[in-house]
Write a protein that binds this ligand. Structure first.
Ligand SMILES: Nc1nc2c(ncn2[C@@H]2O[C@H](COP(=O)(O)OP(=O)(O)OP(=O)(O)O)[C@@H](O)[C@H]2O)c(=O)[nH]1
Ligand SMILES: [Mg+2]
Length: 356
């Protein structure tokens, strides 16, 4: 081959290398674009959506000092509102509490409110009164009945941790934070980096009046995580005392997933509060609230039944695409499941783009 031929070959090789570099570059670009993933959290009120988001935050390094101060105040606020609800139940239902105690505890509730309003901490004396209040028989009886007036299950946790919470240098742990109950109004978006992925988590309020806002996010999310509380099979909705919470979760789920939405997004179902479910089946009949249930009243049979209820009537293609997990969102163990879910979401979306 002459000099001219070899120059041409050099040129061709250079051109080939240039094209290769360009392809590599565009693939890199595509990959990094794919690593931006959005996850929509939906489901009925109080099912545990914000708790899942808190666990994702914990996996990404936790909270700033300022945020921790806010959490401290929310814990005090929870103690104030839970005390108020408990005492109100005692009074309304004529449980056995003498007038002097009622008066004393009303003052205690005012003092808790003042603590919240002034951003302060609980004095020792106040903390002692709260402890006595919590342990007295009528309050314990009211706590037993908590699901009838929508007192959250986490209430007991904060009363039991008063000695720690009252300390001036109290720093909320992740376990404290996941127990806080604040109903979400509107939509809260958190942008985090997890497993090298830019994750945008969209946490929606779950009560009926909040759901109108969900639809704005239906078109362009990579994944949708539906959270249903499996333990609430015997409870009524806060917003409609005639509707069973599990029936509401099932209806909502079928409406959301059997329609025209989420044809491409990864779909995940969390049957959450499995810890409370395991406890509840020991004393509360599933059949009484869900007459179609024919198994034995165990967590195993119950979970199998509700899993099937979520799948029944769904399109076969959807059933194949659905990932279902039984979860306890207040346990750090759920972080392992969240990791798996994120891997699934990324894989599903890479599949869709033909990259794997
Ligand atoms: N025991 C137990 N409690 C849980 C679990 N998941 C959430 N909780 C508690 O349930 C309460 C409600 O949880 P949230 O995460 O606020 O519920 P949500 O779905 O965001 O509710 P909305 O914002 O009203 O739609 C909180 O007090 C949590 O601590 C769980 O798996 N087990
Ligand atoms: Mg919420």
């Amino acid at each position: 081959m002459g000099a001219c031929g070899s120059v041409m070959q050099d040129e061709a090789l250079k051109e080939q290398a240039r094209i290769h570099r360009q392809i590599e570059k565009s693939l890199e670009k595509k990959k990094s674009a794919l690593l931006e993933q959005s996850v929509l959290l939906i489901g009925p009120g109080e099912s545990g959506k914000s708790t899942v988001l808190k666990q994702i935050r914990a996996m990404c390094g936790g909270y700033t000092k300022h945020e921790l101060e806010e959490k401290k105040l929310l814990i005090l606020r929870n103690l104030w509102t839970f005390s108020d609800m408990l005492l109100e139940y005692v009074i309304k239902n004529y449980l056995d509490m003498n007038e002097a105690d009622k008066k004393k505890y009303k003052v205690m509730i005012e003092e808790l409110k003042f603590c919240v309003m002034s951003g302060g901490h609980m004095a020792d004396e106040l903390a002692e009164t709260v402890k006595v209040f919590w342990l007295c028989a009528p309050i314990q009886e009211a706590y037993e009945k908590r699901s009838t007036y929508h007192l959250t299950d986490s209430a007991g946790y904060f009363f039991e941790n008063i000695d720690r919470i009252k300390m001036p240098d109290f720093q909320p742990t992740n376990q404290d934070i996941v127990r806080i109950r604040v109903p979400t109004t509107g939509v809260v978006t958190a942008d985090v980096i997890l497993k090298n992925i830019k994750l945008s988590v969209i946490d929606c309020g779950g009560q009926r009046q909040e759901r109108r806002k969900w639809y704005h996010y239906f078109d362009d999310v990579h994944a949708v995580l539906f959270v249903a509380a499996i333990s609430e099979y015997d409870q009524k909705l806060v917003e409609d005392e005639t509707v069973n919470r599990m029936d509401e979760a099932l209806n909502l789920y079928h409406i959301v997933f059997n329609g025209k939405y989420f044809t491409k997004a990864a779909c995940i179902l969390f049957l959450n509060k499995i810890d409370l479910f395991r406890e509840k089946v020991k004393s509360v009949s599933i059949k009484k609230f869900h007459p179609g249930f024919e198994g034995t009243n165990t967590a195993e049979d119950g979970a199998k039944y509700f899993r099937r209820k979520f799948r029944d009537g769904m399109h076969p293609d959807f059933k194949k695409r659905l990932y279902c997990h039984e979860t306890c969102a207040i346990s750090d163990q759920v972080q392992i499941i969240i990791n798996t879910v994120i891997d699934t979401v990324v894989q599903e979306n890479l599949k869709d783009t033909g990259m794997i």
